[in-house]
Write a protein that binds this ligand. Structure first.
Ligand code: NAG
Ligand code: NAG
Ligand code: NAG
Ligand code: NAG
Ligand code: NAG
Length: 411
């Protein structure tokens, strides 16, 4: 009898688990497909929404229709279903090659399904699509993408576009434009991944209940940092934060109320931006990054600060190495700000960029990427950043595809 009861309990539990599994599968499916469907018909669904600002309607809808949208793989090798990583990039002016190299570095290293949200000036759309669609099928199958026009939410659009330079500040509007997206990783175009994107994405799991964004400090060393010496506005923490690599939980950003120094009540993200810019426009130097600093100055509990090796810039090495996490674990995300991917000022940064750009999918990662990169880096050891460039390759060395290196070299 006892055994019978035990068997019955076991069966019930199994049935319950199966039901839960099916439900979660359904949910994951919905999450994967709705953004595409909704977005491409946004001009029709507008009326379902309340009066929140809308994406530029027919324009956006037309643009996003017919973009390359291969279904991203929905299950990993173990058959588990995983949420796709959403990556947002804004490419304007001459930034297209950078953006493509950035995506290439993400695709080379990542094993998770990815969804790219690419914002670009209209004249760049067809060439960006042409490049991504030319990648081999095995690579294409890792990601899906949509190219959007650079835009402001349509409500108050004229006001917003008067106040902001469209491209530079596009990231501020992502919570309102990508309404169907729960969370995303925003990166500047002058960024390259040296470790798989999923390691950064997984920091979302470290968010506590009040955190809705994550960034690295603007500086490690207060004596040479910018904000604490020059800023004429509030900023986050001791040295400010850098918005070039930013995890954003858009769901939470859309819901939260933000404390501020303009009203006594909290304002929603979308209500905050215009008054904030009006108040501080004469005092800000680095555009929307300064606004982000002001916002998190007043709402520090909403920010997770991640270590500098997730947003490694020339500032971390030009006066000597000051990013301890990079020294311990290697550089995970390289951020070539101030144009260093394209000039001879910091040849170690340029070496990594050139190696990614010159690598073609299908070529052997070790002989066509790693060794040429080491060669180039070996010629930069007369510079401060070149002296620590083994921290760039150390991270790469831990990633799949590169681990063969030692065996191969010993052959
Ligand atoms: C802008 O900077 C000036 C000069 O430092 C300062 O007096 C003023 O209070 C600042 N404005 C705001 C809104 O903080
Ligand atoms: C973002 O926040 C929402 C609401 O708290 C939560 O349901 C969701 O899982 C979060 N997303 C990620 C990637 O952590
Ligand atoms: C989340 O972490 C931040 C930073 O440590 C902290 O300021 C905040 O109070 C925490 N929030 C909760 C709800 O614990
Ligand atoms: C670069 O220099 C390091 C250290 O001197 C050396 O071990 C490595 O073999 C060199 N790499 C190449 C490709 O020459
Ligand atoms: C790369 O990793 C291998 C295996 O862990 C190690 O033996 C080798 O020294 C590493 N090379 C570099 C340049 O970090």
């Amino acid at each position: 009898m006892r055994r019978y009861v035990r068997a019955l309990v076991l069966c019930t539990v199994l049935v319950l688990l199966s039901v839960l599994y099916v439900l979660s599968e359904l949910h994951a499916n919905r999450a994967n497909t709705t953004p595409l469907l909704r977005f491409s018909s946004s001009s029709h669904t507008n009326k379902n929404n309340d009066n929140r600002p809308q994406t530029k309607p027919p324009h956006t809808a037309d643009r996003s229709r017919g973009d390359g949208r291969n279904a991203a793989p929905k299950a990993d090798s173990a058959g588990r279903r995983e949420e796709a990583i959403h990556l947002a990039v804004v490419a304007c002016g001459t930034r297209q090659d950078e953006a493509v190299s950035l995506l290439k570095s993400a695709v080379i290293l990542s094993n998770r399904a990815m969804r790219f949200h690419l914002f670009a000036e209209d004249q760049l759309h067809s060439s960006i699509k042409a490049v991504l669609d030319s990648w081999p099928a095995s690579v294409r199958q890792k990601f899906s993408y949509t190219v959007y026009p650079v835009s402001f939410p349509s409500q108050d659009q004229s006001e917003w576009s008067k106040l902001f330079k469209p491209c530079a500040s596009q990231r501020l509007f992502l919570p309102m434009i990508l309404k169907e997206v729960d969370s995303l990783l925003y990166v500047d175009t002058d960024v390259l991944f040296l470790r798989p994107v999923e390691l950064l994405w997984d920091l979302f799991m470290q968010f506590n209940s009040s955190q809705l964004a994550a960034m690295a400090p603007e500086h490690e060393e207060p004596r040479i940092a910018w904000y604490n010496r020059f800023a004429r506005h509030p900023y986050y923490g001791q040295t400010g934060i850098n918005s070039g690599v930013m995890l954003m939980n858009l769901t939470r950003m859309r819901r939260a109320h933000f404390k501020n120094d303009m009203t006594t009540v909290g304002l929603r993200w979308e209500e905050l931006l215009v008054p904030l810019l009006n108040k501080y426009k004469l005092n800000i130097t680095w555009g929307d990054q300064d606004l982000i600093n002001i916002i998190f100055h007043h709402n520090p509990e909403k920010l997770l600060v991640f270590p500098c090796h997730w947003n490694y810039r020339p500032d971390h090495c030009i006066y000597g190495s000051n990013c301890i996490h990079a020294e311990q674990e290697g550089v995970f995300v390289l951020h070539g700000n101030r144009g260093v991917f394209h000039t001879e000022k910091q040849p170690a940064f340029k070496a990594v960029y050139d190696s990614v750009r010159e690598y073609s999918f299908g070529e052997d990662l070790v002989t066509s990427f790693w060794l040429p990169l080491e060669d180039k880096l070996n010629e930069t050891t007369h510079t401060y950043c070149g002296k620590i460039s083994h921290l760039f390759t150390r991270a790469l060395n831990q990633s799949a595809g590169f681990t063969l290196r030692t065996t191969l070299l010993n052959d």
